[in-house]
Design a protein around this ligand. Sequence first.
Ligand code: NAD
Length: 492
Amino acid sequence: MTYTIEHFIDGKKVPAGSGATSDNVNPATGEVLAKVSMNEIAAAEAAVESAVRAFLEWSETPVGERCQVLFRYKELLEEHFDELTQMIVDEHGKTAPEARGDVRRGIDCVEYACGAPSLMMGRTLPRIAVSSSFSREREEGIPLDSSLERVPLGVCVGITPFNFPIMVPLWMWPMAVACGNTFILKPSEKVSLCALREVELAHEAGLPDGVLNMVTGGPEVVNHLLTHNDVKAVSFVGSTSVAKHIYKTASGAGKRVQCMAGAKNTMIIMPDANQDAAIDGVIGSSMGNTGQRCLAGSVAVLVGDAPDWFIPRVVEAAKQINVAKGDAAGCTMGPLIDDASVQRVKKAIEGGIKAGAELLLDGRTCELNGGSFVGPTVFDNVPHDSALAMEEIFGPVLSILRVDTLDDAIAVTQRSPYGNMAVMFTDSGYAANKFKDTAGAGMIGVNVGVPAPMAVFPFCGWKDSFFGTLHSNGEDSVRFYTEGRIVVSRWF
Ligand code: NAD
């Protein structure tokens, strides 16, 4: 019988019950690795109870001590780097270098959270005059001290997508627990093995029971947590349609919510761009992680006569991509996450052909090992208002649009309902500055194909790529996972 992935509640693995399950599959081979329990509300309840019990003691543990656990955790992640990398390759299908990037970027987040003692510091202003004219203290001239402290919220919940199995959960829980909260992680059902190992290692590092819990599951479990009385904050990363539901439901129930959502990212190629950098950048951005990135540059907007050099070179570079199982020798692109994604991407390609786009390279015939493969696909002359140009595909499909001027190119980025990222390749500071100021996206790349912020900066999507006020990572995450408290005091 296939093993069902355990929950992790109150410091230990808890076997899943007998409810509905979904298969957890190695997408490169089709092999079922495990089953995932999908609808165990009792497990979610137990996780909340454990997190509530753990909160008081953990929140009163000095922040410096809380961070000692994270320092040990960082060391453990380094020791288990190869093991985690292989788990990502097997469960998600990334190439080995992409999987290493996933773990490394996750470790960056843990390192940043280790700085919580200074990041959480409040502010103090001694002997400040009180502002109310009704105040007796002010009339009598008695000095008051005022300070702002940052304090934890309580139980926080994180709901994560499949595409960065180790890193995205690490965007959330290390900073949440460093700030004194307790946490429940509900990882993607497609990569729950990686998440379970991440959580287990945190306990090996010394995280007390109940501070970090994990429940597997799907929508029913998520919906139970979103409106739970004891949950104070919800962090979500995933598609825009689910993000809208999460934001509406959880904020309607009075929770603090941040939702990092889907994307459709444009890269503008100016005629004066450094050609090698533009080709490398566009291929890396559109095809990296098999296009399954919220920072995938899936639309290239070619300005003026840029197509003359760009198109032959980008098609040639895409043809050189070696699609295979992620850890096979020479592999430069792995599978999609599952067969449903293969069907979705193939449908998008067929839709592009029907819309009149010109198919320069067709990845639909790529079938290997019984896995979920689609090869690199490139379209030229894509109609500006077609689904290929406007909708997230989440696969290795590059759509090329042609325009006459810089302004026309910027108008393409502005029309997008999404605002995660926009990129320009150019030698002109004027063009780059104008683009940066008007593109309408929160993460801008200038001669960089994937402008992913380091953990010290927020992951800054705009428009339909983000719902909330405070983003993940950077100072935003410290503010998200803490409440401000003002203390006004006088002493005799
Ligand atoms: P998804 O929205 O299908 O799933 C994300 C999470 O939500 C999973 O844990 C899933 O179990 C849960 N979920 C799914 N449907 C639900 C429902 N109806 N109700 C409640 N919960 C539900 O996303 P995915 O396919 O796992 O990930 C890909 C998406 O994530 C892409 O759109 C990508 O752009 C986005 N993404 C965004 C960022 C960002 O920072 N903006 C980062 C990574 C991925």
